[in-house]
Write a protein that binds this ligand. Structure first.
Ligand SMILES: *[C@@H]1O[C@H](CO)[C@@H](O)[C@H](O)[C@H]1NC(C)=O
Length: 124
């Protein structure tokens, strides 16, 4: 699922893309003013998944840009978003993306995805 974040109140073009019913993202559309913060929540019920990843799709860039991910309760942010976002929650069930100091360039479609990591320990 995705969330369209629009700053400021303006024309909204929103396309919902459902990647399945297992991962839920709220809200669908978010209208915020400049300098405010936005919180997007992602939940899932796939117990073996321990990562929630967040992506940004802007009009000026093709494809999805990884912003960071939550691994259990630890946030791992891409350097570009280090001072911009906060990732909270427990990735086995839920995660929040908080985007602070909203600017026009934050107008985008945001996606979350849930995933699992396999820890492989090899002996030498
Ligand atoms: C995530 O955001 C929701 C809605 O704002 C809030 O109720 C919840 O407490 C937040 N969870 C965490 C872990 O921050």
């Amino acid at each position: 699922m995705n969330t369209f974040l629009s700053i400021p109140l303006s024309l909204i073009m929103f396309t919902a893309t459902s990647l399945g019913k297992t991962v839920l993202q709220t809200p669908d559309v978010l209208l915020k003013k400049q300098d405010e913060s936005a919180v997007i929540t992602c939940t899932h019920q796939i117990q073996s998944y321990n990562q929630i990843l967040w992506y940004k799709q802007s009009q000026d860039s093709l494809g999805l840009k990884l912003m960071g991910y939550l691994y259990y309760d630890k946030q791992n942010k891409e350097p570009e978003f280090d001072n911009k976002i906060k990732l909270e929650g427990e990735a086995q069930t839920n995660g929040n993306l908080t985007i602070s100091n909203l600017m026009l360039t934050d107008s985008a479609v945001y996606f979350c995805d849930a995933f699992y990591t396999v820890l492989r320990i090899t002996s030498v």
